[in-house]
Design a protein around this ligand. Structure first.
Ligand code: SF4
Length: 467
């Protein structure tokens, strides 16, 4: 999955063996067994029946029964038949929805956050000229096929192009699912040779596609090969599997991963509705195996671009022992224009979260810059003014506070403010006031001392409450 955002496709060149092809064990990527084409033909009304299937908990059964074509989609959602453009979208960008993810839909239309992330819509055909197939120029930072080296100490290994569900907002629509195949033995050999030749790389991210769509034995071969590079300290896995195919988080898988610690997992929940009992059980299994969990969301119009939705998501993730890590601004990728929000919306959301959630639950909002510029953190502006003696800061309540700089910088005495003057930023920046608060601040009203200090002095400085 692309939450680590620095990928490129796994390619198979003529001197490389073809991708393995999916028997249950040889599996990943490659051509899935013929059974894959047996995706459900039952209408969505029968999902409850499908849920009763004795194999529902078998992740391979889930993959075999994915919706893969427009015709299957229409069987599940007959109303889509009327929109002929959707067939065109499904032909342009890969389509796959696991029965499990389908079953998490509460309302079968685009107002449902799960429906909207999984079901193609005609707006994917909108392509303003500033959108690109590879906006992050990921493929240009690939010294060997399938290995991205952008930041000095990190590299990202594309292990597969397959995902169990193809997110409509995917940054790698050009790659994920266009051909479901896995890294070849030769590619893996070249990648690990590169890692050995670059000991500055201490952190390797296994990504794709989604690495957890591979069989445990194949994934282990890759993890083992990377772990065998002496300079690699941390292995991270980027996966959307706990969200869209939690049945894949088996005891066998977590036992295997735990052998290669430190192994971290970053997953990709975008909406609280995705935190179902099944996905929470999958997260618990991973956390119980000592795997630190992070989450990378993408800010998506109509899905999670509401501060309250994001607050709920972050709060619930922490409860499941998942640290909200990044909130990504949607990339300038073809086919996702309808999901993009203005950057100002992301800033508003961050403004809302600060003060309502602990720092542990607040992700870093980042833009992954076009042209491979890397991740740029964006924050509301908390610095209001600076002087050699004081920096004026603003908190989440609108309180303005002076932060005295070290004495060594304090060389410029300022005249005292005129007695009649209303205190402002200048008084803070020159040290004549300590803080200014908006009127009616509840937190301060809870402090008896602060109530008294509205007009009292504190080390020669007054704390004012705006009236
Ligand atoms: S389709 Fe979804 S899971 Fe797959 S790479 Fe794209 S965002 Fe990640």
């Amino acid at each position: 999955m692309d939450t680590n955002r620095s990928p490129a496709p796994v390619s198979t060149t003529s001197d490389e063996p073809p991708p393995s092809n999916g028997s249950d064990d040889a599996e990943p990527g490659g051509t899935l067994p013929a059974a894959e084409t047996l995706a459900t033909t039952r209408p969505i009304a029968d999902l409850n029946t499908l849920r009763q299937d004795p194999q529902w908990q078998d992740w391979r059964w889930q993959i075999r029964h994915r919706i893969r074509t427009f015709e299957q989609l229409v069987q599940a959602f007959p109303a889509l038949q009327r929109n002929t453009k959707i067939a065109e979208v499904a032909a342009r960008y890969p389509l796959a929805i696991t029965p499990y993810y389908l079953s998490a839909i509460q309302k079968p239309d685009y107002s449902d956050p799960i429906f909207s992330q999984a079901v193609p819509q005609s707006r994917e055909l909108l392509d303003p000229t500033f959108l690109h197939a590879d906006p992050l120029e990921e493929e240009q930072d690939m010294p060997v096929s399938g290995l991205i080296h952008r930041y000095r100490d990190r590299a990202l290994l594309m292990t597969t192009t397959m995902c169990s569900m193809y997110c409509r907002h995917c940054t790698r629509k050009r790659v994920a699912g266009t051909r479901e195949c896995t890294i070849s033995v030769e590619q893996l050999r070249r990648a690990t040779e590169y890692l050995k030749a670059h000991p500055e790389i201490t952190d390797v991210i296994l990504s794709g596609g989604d690495p957890l769509t591979m069989s445990t034995s194949l994934l282990e071969r890759i993890v083992q090969a990377v772990r065998a590079v002496p300079s690699v300290e941390i292995i991270r896995i980027g996966t959307r599997t706990p969200v869209v195919l939690p049945q894949r988080i088996t005891d066998e898988l977590v036992r295997m991963l735990a052998k290669y610690h430190p192994v971290w997992i970053n997953t990709h929940f975008n909406h609280p509705q995705e935190l179902t009992p099944e996905s929470r059980a999958a997260l618990a299994k991973l956390a119980n195996a000592g795997i630190p969990l992070g989450n990378q969301s993408v800010l998506l119009r109509g899905i999670n671009d509401d501060p309250r939705v994001m607050e709920t998501l972050c709060r619930r993730l922490v409860r499941e022992r998942v640290r909200p890590y990044y909130l990504f601004q949607c990339d300038l990728v073809r086919g996702v224009e309808h999901f993009r929000t203005p950057i100002s919306r992301g800033i508003e959301i961050m403004e809302y979260l600060r003060g309502r959630l602990s720092g542990l639950a607040i992700p870093t909002y980042v833009v992954d810059a076009p042209h491979g510029g890397g991740k740029l953190p964006l924050l509301p502006n908390y610095i209001v003014s600076v002087s050699p003696t004081h920096t004026v800061l603003r908190n989440f309540e609108g309180m303005l506070i002076n932060y005295p700089e070290p004495m060594v910088s304090a060389s410029r005495p300022e005249p005292p403010p005129a007695a009649s003057r209303s205190p402002g930023v200048w008084e803070l920046a020159t040290g004549h006031q300590s803080a200014i608060l908006p009127a009616g601040n509840r937190r301060l009203q809870r402090r008896p001392a602060a109530r008294k200090s509205a007009a009292a002095s504190n080390n020669g400085q007054q704390t004012f409450l705006w009236a």
